[in-house]
Design a protein around this ligand. Structure first.
Ligand code: CTP
Length: 423
C-alpha cells in the first residue's frame, strides 16, 4: 500500500504544477516529501512545497543540516514510491546513467521504491533519440512513464512535451495501487497467523420505533485500524455499529446496532478462543433506555423523562478474561478535558495493554479526517502527531506489534474461528 511519496521536482516551467500535485496527493491522506533540484528552485521556492506538504524540503546532497534531518539513505528507505514531476531531459539522462552527484540521483539509486516519471520539456528535446533512449532504458529497469501531453508548450511551440495534468497523474497512481484484498508479497506481515477483532463506529440505543440515543462516531478510525491490521498480515473481523463506510476488502464485517448486540458479537468470538488481538475503538453507548416504547412516543407533556440503565463495558469484560482466552487488548479514551490523567485512569481501570487517547469536541476527533493520539502503556507513552487516520492507524499497529510481541501471550487457538455472522 503506497503511503509515502517522495516527489522530485526538476527545473521546468511545469514545476508550478507540482505544487497542485502535492495538494492532490496530501488530500488523499498520502504523506509527501518534496525534493527539489537547483533548477526547480529557479521556478518555485522550497517554501511553497514546505507549506503544502507540511514537511521540510530537501535539495542538497552534501548539506549537513538536511542530512541530519533526514539523510539521503533515510529518504530512499522512507519512500514507498518516487515520483519525478516534472522530469527534465537532463534528469532522464542522469537517471539513465545512474549519476549520484546530486540528491535526487543519490536517492533514486539508493531506493527500491518504484519510480514514476512525468517528463516535461520542449518537443524537440522530448523527441530527440537521446531522450527516447534514456527513457527506454529507464522503463526497461521498471520505471513507469506518465506520458507527456500534446499542446502549447512554454517555449511557444505546439507539440509533445507538456507534463501530464496533476489530476491525471493522481488517477494513474491510484489506479496502480495494489488490490488490498490480495496479499502483497513484498509487504512485511508481522501479524501473520494472528487473529484480530476490532469494534468500530457508534451504537444506537432505541427509544421507540423511530428514535434512538446515539453519538457522533463516524467509524473512520476503527475501519482504518482494521485495514492496518489486515495490511500487517492479521486475519481481521470488524464488528461495526451503523456507519456510512463500505466494508474494507479482505476483512470480515459484522454489522450491529445496539451495544448489547456488539457485546454479544465480541464475547461470542473471544470466548470461542483464538483471538490474539482486540481493539475496542467503538464509541459504545454507556447507557440504554430501560423501556423501549413499542409505538412512537408522542409529544404532549411539558417534559419527558427517560430512565436509562448501564450497558456492559465490552473492553473491560474482554480484558478481564482468564489468560488463554484473553487477547492483547487495546482501548481508546475519548476525552474533552484532562486527557492524559483521564486516559491513564481508564487504562488502569480497564486493565488494557495499550490505550490510545484523543481529544474530542467541536472540530476534533469524531468525523474528522485527521486526528492526534497519545498512546499509553504500562511503562511507556508515545505521542502521535496530527495525521490522517489511516496513517495514525498504521503507527498504532506498529506500536501494538512491538508491545504484543514483548508481552508474548501464549496464543489460545482452537478451530472454532470464524463463527458465522449473527451467530
Ligand atoms: N468501551 C466498551 N464498552 C462500553 C464502553 C466503552 O468497550 N460499554 C470501550 C471503548 O470502545 C473504548 C474504551 O472502552 O475503547 C473507552 O471508551 P470511552 O467512551 O472513552 O470511555 P467510557 O469507559 O465509556 O467512560 P466515560 O464515558 O465515562 O469516559
Amino acid at each position: 500500500m503506497i503511503q509515502r511519496i517522495l516527489l522530485g521536482v526538476n527545473g521546468s516551467i511545469a514545476a508550478y504544477k507540482a505544487a497542485q500535485l502535492v495538494r492532490l496527493l496530501t488530500g488523499q491522506g498520502l504523506e509527501v516529501r518534496v525534493l527539489m533540484s537547483r533548477g526547480a528552485q529557479a521556478f518555485v521556492t522550497p517554501l511553497t512545497f514546505q507549506a503544502l506538504s507540511g514537511q521540510p524540503v530537501a535539495s542538497e546532497l552534501l548539506d549537513a543540516g538536511q542530512e541530519s534531518a533526514m539523510g539521503h539513505i533515510e529518504l530512499a528507505r522512507w519512500a514507498d514510491l518516487i515520483l519525478i514531476a516534472p522530469a527534465s531531459a537532463n534528469s532522464l539522462a542522469r537517471l539513465a546513467v545512474g549519476l549520484a552527484d546530486d540528491l535526487l540521483g543519490a536517492v533514486c539509486l539508493a531506493s527500491r521504491a518504484p519510480l514514476w516519471l512525468a517528463p516535461a520539456m520542449n518537443s524537440a528535446m522530448w523527441q530527440h533519440p537521446a531522450s527516447q533512449a534514456n527513457l527506454a532504458l529507464l522503463q526497461q529497469r521498471g520505471a513507469h512513464l506518465l506520458e507527456p501531453e500534446r499542446g502549447e508548450l512554454a517555449c511557444g511551440e505546439q507539440g509533445d512535451g507538456r507534463m501530464m495534468e496533476p489530476a491525471q497523474i493522481l488517477q494513474r497512481l491510484l489506479a496502480a495501487q495494489p488490490d488490498q484484498s490480495k496479499p502483497d508479497p513484498l509487504r512485511p506481515t508481522p501479524l501473520k497467523g494472528q487473529r484480530a477483532l476490532v469494534t468500530a463506529g457508534p451504537t444506537q440505543e432505541p427509544l421507540d420505533p423511530v428514535r434512538y440515543l446515539g453519538n457522533r462516531s463516524s467509524g473512520k478510525m476503527g475501519y482504518a485500524l482494521a485495514e492496518a491490521l489486515r495490511d500487517a498480515g492479521a486475519e481481521v473481523c470488524l464488528i461495526s455499529g451503523p456507519v456510512a463506510l463500505p466494508g474494507p476488502a479482505g476483512v470480515e464485517r459484522i454489522l450491529v446496532e445496539q451495544a448489547l448486540q456488539m457485546h454479544r458479537a465480541v464475547l461470542d468470538r473471544v470466548q470461542a478462543g483464538g483471538v490474539d488481538l482486540f481493539i475496542a475503538c467503538a464509541a459504545v453507548a454507556d447507557y440504554r433506555p430501560v423501556r423501549v416504547a413499542t409505538e412512537k412516543i408522542k409529544k404532549g407533556s411539558a417534559s419527558l423523562h427517560l430512565e436509562l440503565q448501564p450497558n456492559p463495558d465490552i473492553l473491560a469484560e474482554v480484558a478481564a478474561l482468564p489468560a488463554g482466552l484473553r487477547p492483547f487488548c487495546v482501548g481508546f479514551a475519548a476525552e474533552t478535558q484532562d486527557l492524559e490523567q483521564q486516559a491513564e485512569a481508564k487504562r488502569q481501570a480497564k486493565r488494557v495493554d495499550l490505550l490510545a487517547a484523543n481529544r474530542v469536541g467541536p472540530g476534533l476527533g469524531f468525523g474528522q479526517e485527521d486526528n492526534q493520539l497519545l498512546l499509553l502503556w504500562a511503562d511507556g507513552r508515545l505521542e502521535l502527531p496530527l495525521l490522517p487516520k489511516r496513517q495514525l492507524a498504521q503507527r498504532l499497529v506498529e506500536q501494538l506489534v512491538k508491545l504484543s510481541a514483548a508481552s508474548c501471550q501464549p496464543p489460545a487457538k482452537n478451530s472454532s474461528w470464524p463463527l458465522k455472522a449473527g451467530s
